[in-house]
Design a protein around this ligand. Structure first.
Ligand code: TXA
Ligand code: MG
Length: 346
């Protein structure tokens, strides 16, 4: 398939109109959002949903998020609740996805056969303009091949999706770099956090003091346990090398890596510790991802760094275990999955 690339950093309307037309005619367009790039197709068209699963190599029982350009449009595709309206007022447009009971206009192919649908109104202007111009909700998982980290810039998208989609819109680097916070609106009127993201537990508690947190946010699913979100049960991105998370202070982590160092080892470290590691490791084995105090930058760079280490032949990658507070919980959630829960307590 020939893939067109539209450069939209300076917002060219003609290209957006063309991309919207591709969506309306059942084609696939990769587009930027503030979290990660999405692999979009018409959410009301079962054939488009099938194409998305095929392009990604994703099991078709793992449902897609539908993206809308106005939070009020959720009512057209789902049965909204009082709690949805509270979330929409406070956080939308923004990096949050809400699970609601679906209306029939969203076909079972889009929602992985469930009777619920995941709804998100992104903040990114290109994304919202594309949805608006398409005139349909856009179903979009992250635009990576199943098994790779989510893409946060054009080169990631091109590596995974070139030749598999009709068009890619370049919107530069995604601001947040981790996927949206996902909550389900439960029958008792409260929320359950299914996937942590930029919108934190503390912010959610302000709208829902009874917020529940699904075990899978921080723990492994137990044998036989049913995942509340189908995505939780799939093996997530794991680097080719074994990723090991080190739980300790700066010097205990440093001493551990130095004692275990060989040329097949890489480290993902904080910028403030860079000199310590460059003292005994080549630059090619050291991957800084932001200052230790700057969790926002760590979130933004994590997936890039994981993709970069995958281009080398390392046996083991060490990284510090993040603290679980604030957006750190989202970082923790993605890192423990990439590490298949391998944590060494120092
Ligand atoms: O930030 C994001 O959310 C990005 C951008 C593109 O919007 N999208 C994204 O989509 O991360 P995806 O498909 O990679 O992750 C969506 C997760 C999956 O784990 C899926 O199982 C879950 O949402 N999900 C979707 N619909 C659901 C539903 N009805 N009930 C429970 N979980 C659902
Ligand atoms: Mg994904």
């Amino acid at each position: 398939m020939k893939t067109e690339i539209f450069s939209l950093q300076n917002s060219k309307n003609a290209d957006l109109a063309r991309a919207a037309q591709i969506i309306r005619s059942g084609g696939l367009v990769v587009f930027p959002t503030e979290t990660v790039y999405g692999l979009g197709g018409d959410a009301t068209n079962p054939m488009a949903a099938k194409k998305i699963y095929a392009a990604k190599g994703r099991p078709s029982d793992n449902p897609l998020i539908i993206h809308i350009s106005d939070p009020r449009d959720a009512e057209k595709y789902s049965f909204t609740t009082e709690m949805y309206r509270k979330i929409a007022d406070k956080f939308m447009p923004g990096p949050i996805t809400v699970i609601l009971k679906s209306r029939d206009i969203i076909p079972p192919e889009t929602r992985g056969g469930l009777d619920t649908v995941a709804v998100r109104c992104p903040e990114n202007e290109i994304a919202r303009e594309l949805i608006y111009k398409s005139g349909v909700p856009i179903a979009a998982p992250s635009a990576n091949l199943s098994g790779s980290p989510s893409p946060t810039k054009l080169s990631h998208v091109v590596d995974d999706m070139y030749g598999r989609v009709d068009a890619i819109i370049d919107g530069g680097e995604c601001e947040i770099g981790l996927e949206s916070t996902i909550v389900s609106c439960d029958p008792d009127g409260n929320l359950t956090l299914l996937r942590p993201g930029k919108i934190t537990v503390d912010e959610l508690l302000e709208v829902c003091p009874e917020l529940r947190i699904a075990d899978a946010v921080t723990d492994k699913l137990k044998d036989g346990e049913i995942a509340k979100s189908p995505g939780m049960k799939y093996k997530h991105y794991a680097p080719k090398a074994s990723l090991i998370l080190l739980d300790g202070d700066k010097m205990s982590i440093f001493n551990y890596i130095k004692a275990n160092y060989n040329p097949n080892i890489a480290v993902i470290c904080y910028d403030d510790d860079l000199d310590l590691y460059l003292d005994f490791m080549p630059e090619s084995n050291v991957y800084p991802f932001g200052k230790s105090s700057d969790v926002m930058t760590q979130a933004k760079l994590l997936f890039s760094r994981l993709r970069e280490t995958d281009k080398q032949e390392f046996d083991t990658i060490y990284a510090p275990l993040p603290a679980r507070s604030g957006i750190g919980l989202a970082l923790y959630n993605r890192m423990i999955r990439a590490a298949a829960h391998t944590i060494i307590k120092l």
